[in-house]
Design a protein around this ligand. Structure first.
Ligand code: NAP
Length: 305
C-alpha cells in the first residue's frame, strides 16, 4: 500500500514528488510512456525562473528528477491502464498487469499535441509530418518546411526550424495570430519565415514521404499547393485524461476540474499541471500546482489517514 502515487512525470509530477518525498511519504511515480512530458520535446526554456541564461528542457527535467530521487521518490517506467477511484484505497492497474493501491493520488499526466485529423496527415506522421520541431527539425536540413497554427507553439516551432530549413511557411486559418506579441515579433522579424493567412489544409501530399500541402484559401475558396518536405502541426493540445473519464469531474474539453487548490471531485485525488489547466500551461505554473498538490495530499493523509 502506497501513501501517494503520482501519475505523470513532467514538472508538475516531479515537483509533487519532491515535496511528498521530503514529507516522508515515499511517493511512487508512474512515469508514463513519454517520461518527462512536453519539456523533453523542447529546446531552450528561457522563462523558468532561476536560469538567467536559459536551460534546455530535457536538462531541466533531468535535474528535477534527480532532485525528487534524492529525497526518496521511486520511479516506475510504465503507464496506468485502468483506475478505480470509487473507494479508498484507490486501485491502479499498471501496464494491464500489476495492480497497486494507494491512499492518495496525484494526477499530472499533462496534455498531448492535437492533429488536424486528415488521413494523409496520420499516414505521413513520422514521414515528414511531425508535432515536435525539436525532435524532428534536424531531419529537414536544407529543405522547405510548413508549420500549421497561429499560437505560441507555432511561432516557437517555426523560429526553431529556421536553424535547419531553407524557408518556413506558417499557415494559419485566420489573419490574426493567437501568439503573444513577443513570439509574433520574433517570427515576423525572421527573414526565413513567411505567413500564409486564411488557409486551411485539405491534404498532406506525398506517397512515402511528404512532398507538399494542398490548402484552401478560406476567403476566395481557391485551392493551391505548397511544396515542402516537413509539416509541423502546432495547433494546441488535449489533456491526457482518458483513463480517468467517468470517475472525476472534467470540463467539456476533458481537463480535470479542481477547486480549493488541487482537489478534484474525489477526496484524496489531486490534479496538477496541464491536465487541469487550459489557461496558463507553463512549466512554472505546472511546477507550482505540483507543489500545491503535494501539500494538499499531505494534509489529506494527516486527516483522513
Ligand atoms: P493555442 O494557443 O491553443 O493555439 C493553437 C493555434 O492552432 C491557434 O492559432 C488555432 O487557431 C490553431 N488551430 C487549432 N485547431 C486548428 C485546426 N484544426 N486547424 C488549423 N488551426 C488550428 O496552442 P499553443 O500554441 O500550443 O499554445 C498553448 C499554450 O502554451 C498557450 O498558453 C501558449 O502561450 C503556451 N506556450 C508558450 C510558449 C512560450 O512562452 N515559450 C511556447 C509554446 C506555448 P485560432 O487562433 O484560429 O483558434
Amino acid at each position: 500500500m502506497h501513501n501517494v502515487v503520482i501519475v505523470g512525470s513532467g514538472p508538475a509530477g516531479l515537483t509533487a514528488a519532491l515535496y511528498t518525498a521530503r514529507a516522508n511519504l515515499a511517493p511512487l511515480m508512474i512515469e508514463g510512456s513519454q517520461a518527462g512530458g512536453q519539456l523533453t520535446l523542447t529546446t531552450d526554456v528561457e522563462n523558468y525562473p532561476g536560469f538567467p541564461q536559459g536551460i534546455m528542457g530535457p536538462q531541466l527535467i533531468q535535474d528535477m528528477r534527480a532532485q525528487a530521487e534524492r529525497f526518496g521518490t521511486t520511479f516506475q517506467a510504465a503507464d496506468v491502464t485502468t483506475v478505480d477511484l470509487s473507494r479508498r484505497p484507490f486501485t491502479l492497474t499498471i501496464n494491464d498487469e500489476e495492480t497497486i493501491q494507494t491512499r492518495s493520488l496525484i494526477i499530472s499526466t499533462g496534455a498531448s499535441a492535437n492533429l488536424l485529423g486528415l488521413s494523409s496527415e496520420s499516414r505521413l506522421l513520422g514521414h515528414g509530418v511531425s508535432t515536435c520541431a525539436t525532435c524532428d527539425g534536424f531531419f529537414f536540413r536544407g529543405q522547405p518546411i510548413a508549420v500549421i497554427g497561429g499560437g505560441d507553439s507555432a511561432m516557437e516551432e517555426a523560429t526553431f526550424l529556421t536553424k535547419f530549413a531553407t524557408h518556413v511557411t506558417i499557415i494559419h486559418r485566420r489573419d490574426k495570430l493567437r501568439a503573444s506579441k513577443i513570439m509574433q515579433d520574433k517570427a515576423m522579424n525572421n527573414e526565413k519565415i513567411s505567413f500564409r493567412w486564411n488557409a486551411v489544409i485539405e491534404e498532406v501530399l506525398g506517397d512515402e514521404v511528404v512532398t507538399g500541402l494542398r490548402m484552401q484559401d478560406t476567403l476566395t475558396k481557391h485551392t493551391e499547393t505548397l511544396p515542402c518536405k516537413g509539416v509541423f502541426v502546432a495547433i494546441g493540445h488535449t489533456p491526457n485524461t482518458h483513463v480517468f473519464k467517468g470517475q472525476l469531474a472534467m470540463d467539456p474539453n476533458g481537463y480535470i476540474q479542481t477547486s480549493h487548490g488541487t482537489a478534484t471531485s474525489v477526496p484524496g485525488v489531486f490534479a496538477a499541471g496541464d491536465v487541469q489547466d487550459p489557461h496558463y500551461r507553463q512549466a512554472i505554473t505546472a511546477a507550482g500546482t505540483g507543489c500545491m498538490a503535494a501539500i494538499d495530499a499531505e494534509r489529506f493523509l494527516e486527516t483522513a489517514g
